[in-house]
Design a protein around this ligand. Structure first.
Ligand code: SF4
Length: 170
């Protein structure tokens, strides 16, 4: 599996999550939160301007790209802003720029918070993203899964139920 925006987002949450995801243990598709997020995406902005196009490149799938202004749009279901969201959109912009698409900014929307913010691409971002990518490679190349972080965020993580099932097993 190539490095994807999901790896980069998870890297900013938990290294164990990166490793599990990369090694094919993917729980997010069963998560109610993901389903809820999709609903928000579909119903909060029903009348998207025609300017937004879908774009897919290795490791990233972007729902809203404006080729005239080289702007991305990303909608987050979350009821709080997270570093992982910022990292994810920086990664999107990095990959686009690697493909000679000079994206300049991403409009990051939080419908639940009624917040919209602009995330600009900065020159220093290239080095940051490459650092994250290298770190992700180091994590996934480890033979052993990184330890649990045991933080409050774990209770909202799709892998939490997976552990529970694992520990309940005979
Ligand atoms: S439950 Fe916690 S330790 Fe496990 S993958 Fe999720 S965030 Fe990481």
């Amino acid at each position: 599996m190539p490095i994807t925006a999901t790896h980069i987002a998870y890297y900013h949450v938990c290294h164990r999550k990166v490793w599990l995801f990369h090694h094919g243990i993917q729980m997010e598709h069963t998560s109610e939160l993901v389903a809820e997020g999709k609903l928000i995406d579909e119903h909060s902005y029903p009348q998207r301007a025609a300017k937004w196009q879908q774009l897919e490149l290795p490791g990233i799938k972007i729902d809203y790209f404006d080729p005239k202004t080289f702007t991305l749009r990303e909608v987050k279901k979350s009821n709080k802003k997270e570093a992982a969201h910022l990292a994810q959109v920086k990664y999107y912009m990095y990959i686009l720029r690697q493909h000679d698409i000079p994206v300049k900014k991403t409009i990051l929307e939080y419908p639940k918070l009624r917040i919209t913010e602009e995330v600009a691409w900065e020159d220093v971002d290239e080095e940051s993203v490459e650092t994250w990518v290298n770190a992700v490679h180091e994590i996934i190349e480890e033979l052993k899964c990184p330890p649990r972080i045991n933080k409050p965020i774990c209770k909202k993580c799709a892998y939490y139920e997976f552990y529970y099932a694992e520990e309940s097993a005979p």
